[in-house]
Design a protein around this ligand. Structure first.
Ligand SMILES: [Zn+2]
Ligand SMILES: [Zn+2]
Length: 340
């Protein structure tokens, strides 16, 4: 099969013929039709994170396709089923996190396109107990970004503890943020968006944000948010990859508000102890979602409530796509078409 392979962390990916993997016990072999490209794939290919993948490997954790073979003992999936892979590829199923509904914190989890070969190829393996199943009839190109971007923002919004009818801040209206605005609306939240581009602010308004603030041109973005919402947002989600956005989001919270962090810039941000204590603020991280979160995120999408913006590209464009991503030139998401 053809796949995009990371040979080392300093060279471009090599699109080449590799051996077709065979499904082991509990696994399924999937013919990949489409795969989204996530910022994490870029970090994986560059070996940016403390725990590095072992080269050579195939990135990609927003793959969708059709099951063509199953290994021993597989009951949940059958040939012909439409499934995906995900960052949360599998977990131990037995640790304190797995048995308390927090399986994405499992220390023995495996990650698609990182510790297990991913979806940047014509075939991939999935764990039959963990692979997300996609309902019949959904647009698989648009479904691909739901498997990481979609579930990440959906879970992050749940973690913000904003109730229907309350205000939520979506900071950053890029690949994750434009999907977050749509999930927030579908979950009954009232949305305030912040970005540093007028185009992204307009995109947020098109998706239903009642206010979109350009933090570059507004001299007091926090004040604007607080005035519009009558005291600040009840919760927020930071998808931005700019440290300043994190401080601004904390400053936009209402008393008792909760901020979920999902964006991963390399820097730190100062958290003011006095206001955090006196205003009873909560700041927490949120990482992808459990199998149940992912099924819920897919359900919102399947009901036509979420429309990711994406561009289709062939697998052979993978290095160009990475360059564009690193330069911040990608609108919405790139989805690679494995048949192209
Ligand atoms: Zn991802
Ligand atoms: Zn576990």
């Amino acid at each position: 099969m053809k796949a995009a392979v990371v040979k080392d962390f300093t060279s471009p990916l090599v699109v080449e013929e590799v051996e077709l993997p065979a499904p082991g016990p509990g696994q399924a072999l999937v013919k990949v039709l489409y795969s989204g490209v996530c910022h994490t794939d870029l970090h994986a290919a560059h070996g940016d994170w403390p725990v590095k993948p072992v080269v050579p490997f195939i990135p990609g954790h927003e793959g969708v396709g059709e099951v063509v073979a199953v290994g021993d003992g597989v009951k949940r999936l059958g040939v012909g089923d439409t499934v995906g892979n995900a960052w949360f590829w599998s977990a131990c199923g037995a640790c304190e996190f797995c048995v308390t509904g927090r399986e994405t914190l499992c220390p023995d989890q495996r990650n698609g396109g990182y510790s297990v070969d991913g979806s940047f190829g014509q075939y991939m393996l999935v764990d039959a107990a963990y692979a997300p199943v996609l309902p019949a009839g959904v647009d698989l190109r648009a479904a691909a970004p739901i498997l990481c971007a979609g579930v990440t923002v959906y879970k992050g919004l749940k973690e913000s503890e904003v109730a229907p009818g309350q205000w939520v801040l979506v900071s950053g209206v890029g690949g994750l943020g434009h999907i977050a605005v749509q999930y927030a609306r579908a979950m009954g939240m009232r949305v305030v968006a912040v970005d540093v581009s007028d185009d992204k602010c307009a995109l947020a308004r098109r998706h239903g944000a009642e206010l979109a603030v350009n933090a570059l041109t507004d001299p007091d973005p926090e004040g604007t948010v607080k005035e519009f919402t009558g005291g600040g947002v009840h919760g927020g989600l930071v998808t931005a990859v700019n440290g300043k956005a994190f401080s601004q989001a904390v400053g936009s919270l209402r008393r008792g508000g909760t901020l979920s962090l999902v964006g991963l810039p390399p820097e730190q941000f100062p958290l003011d102890i006095f206001s955090t204590v006196l205003l009873g603020l909560t700041v927490r991280g949120s990482i992808v979602g459990t199998r149940a979160d992912l099924a819920e995120a897919v359900d919102f999408f399947a009901r036509g409530l979420i429309e990711p913006t994406y561009t289709l590209r062939p697998l052979t464009d993978v290095n160009a796509v990475f360059d564009e991503m690193a330069a911040g030139r990608i609108e919405g998401r790139v989805v690679m078409d494995m048949s192209a």
